[in-house]
Ligand binder design. Structure first.
Ligand code: PEP
Ligand code: MN
Length: 356
């Protein structure tokens, strides 16, 4: 629930309200940037009596929040969250370009790709180290050895690196090497892992499970946020449907929908969403047009030789084509993004009206 405070609330009244709520064993979240002062309540609210709170001096009214997610909700946090990773700012005007191989395969492979991603204007280097493969006989990743190469290549070309963590134990091992921890689609509801990454101070790139609803997706983000880590980046990577000509179905609807209900940045991954190289370029552009804060694509010098996901990887020429096509529509997209950001600001200033 959200408590809207009276405009002339006195300091003692404010402290009294806070103390009353904290005694009930829930947490408070004070929202910034709104004309009216509001307090969000997070936690198990069984012991909270809405009428009793409304009767406290200094309270104007109490508004229940129907969504199960709170910290991930735009109602709690009306402005967009911006997650900064060195020079890259997820959730601001400029969409972020993330690229790299499905998996780090050798020292030379990741250095070569890092150079290409950097030269073509990418912002973040990806590379899997622990691969969640459907078959136990498929390549499982190079683990720590690959992490060292990934970091060296990233440092050399000034690219922060993102890689998936599958186990809580990987967090400490990978911490010195990885700038952004990725939670893979298969682990989106591994709640212990979500809580563990929520206790780190690294940005978390969390992919949508392949059958996750919007609520489930945001509730998983809520696990990370409520564990203390506010640096969450969402990723749409396709969901399972009856469609059989692609690996997954790219749920474009979810991009503007997430923007409506949440303040978190969202990235599209058309490589996993389609599973087909020939669909990656058009669907990346579609994702950007739908309002994505960036894209992640798999890039490999010789996709036909890739240890994993070669049939959805772009070669260097195709990656170059994607970035050229992006330039063609970029100005138009930035104009639309600017307007959206202005709408968010307007919504923030109208927030008190919205709450009444
Ligand atoms: C990946 O990005 O390497 C990956 C395994 O993706 P997903 O978790 O979306 O399947
Ligand atoms: Mn992959």
């Amino acid at each position: 629930m959200i408590i809207v405070l009276s405009h002339d609330i006195r300091t003692e009244e404010y402290e009294n309200i806070k103390a009353y709520i904290l005694r009930k064993g829930v947490r408070l979240h004070e929202s910034e940037g709104t004309e009216k002062r509001i307090i969000g309540i997070i936690g198990d609210k069984r012991d909270l009596d809405r009428n009793a709170i409304e009767a406290l001096p200094g309270v104007e009214k109490v508004i229940p929040i129907l969504e199960p997610y709170k910290l991930a909700s735009r109602k709690f946090h009306p402005r967009n969250t911006v997650v900064s990773v060195r020079n890259a700012r997820f959730g601001e005007l400029e969409p972020i370009i993330m690229a790299g191989p499905c998996a780090v395969e050798s020292e030379q492979q990741i250095w070569d790709i890092a150079r290409e991603v950097s030269q073509q204007g990418g912002h973040i280097l990806r590379g899997g180290l622990y691969k969640p493969r459907t078959s136990p006989y498929s390549f499982q990743g190079l683990g720590l050895e690959g992490a060292k190469w990934l970091k060296q290549a990233g440092d050399t070309y000034d690219l922060p690196v993102v890689s998936e963590v599958m186990e809580i134990e990987d967090l400490d091992t990978l911490d010195p090497y990885i700038d952004i921890f990725q939670i893979g689609a298969r682990n989106m509801q591994n709640f212990k892992l979500l809580k563990a990454v929520g206790r780190t101070d690294k940005p978390i790139f969390m992919k949508r499970g392949n059958s996750a609803t919007l609520n489930e997706f945001l509730m998983s983000a809520e696990y990370i946020l409520s564990s203390g880590n506010e640096r969450v980046i969402l990723c749409e990577r396709g969901i399972r449907t009856f469609v059989e000509y692609t690996r997954n179905t790219f749920d474009l609807n979810v991009i503007p929908m997430i923007k409506n209900v949440s303040h978190l940045p969202i990235i599209v991954d058309p490589s996993h969403a389609t599973g087909r190289t020939d669909l990656v370029i058009p669907m990346t552009l579609a994702g950007l047009a739908a309002g994505a804060d960036g894209f992640m694509v798999e890039v490999h010098p010789k996709p036909y030789e890739a240890f994993s996901d070669g049939n959805q990887s772009l070669n260097y020429t195709q990656f170059g084509q994607l970035l050229q096509d992006w330039q063609v529509i970029k100005d138009a997209i930035l104009t639309l993004r600017k307007r959206k950001l202005e709408e968010v600001e307007k919504h923030v200033s109208d927030y008190s009206a919205h709450l009444s």
